[in-house]
Design a protein around this ligand. Structure first.
Ligand SMILES: [Zn+2]
Length: 86
């Protein structure tokens, strides 16, 4: 079980959240199709620390950026991204 310390709601189990995947820098609009394809479909999937996006579905309904070690499930940074529009 993973416990995520939401900045708004406090520590919560990961089953309250929706995983949004790795955070990857978005390329510029006029970049080539190959770069867009890699941005949309390819992930590094490397072991160790990575930045991830999570959504607090059963709580404050805000997006979070998290730095998580995907080997140990240790979390060192949680930053709020904003609220959904729905
Ligand atoms: Zn929350």
């Amino acid at each position: 079980m993973l416990v995520i310390a939401c900045p708004n709601c406090g520590p919560r189990n990961d089953n309250e959240f929706s995983f949004g995947g790795e955070v990857i820098p978005r390329p510029s609009v006029d970049t080539d199709p190959g770069t867009w394809r890699r941005y949309l479909y390819m992930r590094a999937n490397a072991s160790g620390w990575q930045r991830e996006r999570w959504f607090h579905v059963s709580g404050c309904r805000r997006f979070l950026n998290i730095e998580r070690n995907n080997v140990t499930n240790e979390i060192r940074v949680v930053a709020e991204m904003g609220r959904d529009s729905g």
